[in-house]
Ligand binder design. Sequence first.
Ligand code: RIB
Ligand code: CA
Length: 304
Amino acid sequence: MDVKVVIDCDPGLDDAVALILAHRHAEVIGITTVSGNAPLKATTANALLVTALLGADTPVHAGAARPLAGEPVHASEVHGESGLGGAAPVEHERVPASDDAVTFLLEAAGEGVWVLALGPLTNLALAIERDPTWPRRIAGLSLMGGGIGPGNSTAAAEFNVFADPEAAARVFESGADLTMCGLNLTRQLRTGDAFTARLHGLDSPAARFAVPAFDFLHGRVEALTGRRSAALHDPCAVLAVTHPELLVTRPRHVRVELEGRLTRGMTVVDERPLRPAPEANAKVAYTIDAERALDLVVEALAAD
Ligand code: RIB
Ligand code: CA
């Protein structure tokens, strides 16, 4: 029996791969979108596009167009202005089910329903604000965000947390059964030209979509870092729920820095060897079986 999931995301190239992977290994009962890699209108359109190429009628509910505080930030330098740079267009008739992601998140919560958060956490924070019992009514929350060590948006902060630190702080303090797949983990799952070559010759809609998308992503990362090798972030948060045996997590207390002039948006993971250990509010992922994970991604892209 597939696990039931709701996916909150900001497609985004890695979000798109995560959506495809989730549709192969879980019952995706709904998608909510948020401003992040691209503005909300684009991330919502991209979620509809990906579900259309899968032939899935998964409802897509648009959510927050801006963070709880401050101005929206985007990642067009990586994902392109559209959020799905390089991806082939897909003709479809799909439209959003609503523009009220928060109500959908609150109503979808229930026995055995997991939430996968792949973008800034604004929608989840607003859901918690409206119903503080929500975090305990979902089966669990697996998020891509934060990390231990270097950030990507800044030296200290990862994009999803940096884009809405106040929302992230609320989510980490909410009491949810939270698994954190941060950059320390997701940078272990890497794609490059050798990965893209595995997709050549696969005659599926998802593979035809993914090949130019990965070429675009690798080109953008090469321009930024000098290496044609990208971390495949969001699929990690999917696999933490669909294939938990591939990851090693440890209980940790995690807080989000809101005030630091240089560190705003940093996830501060308490790793002190104290006895008793500081009370944990998250299962922090430390390792992933990257070879098996990439095999699962290729299989998901190859499926018709
Ligand atoms: O820092 C990586 C995260 O930010 C991923 O979720 C990517 O899609 C962007 O949203
Ligand atoms: Ca994302």
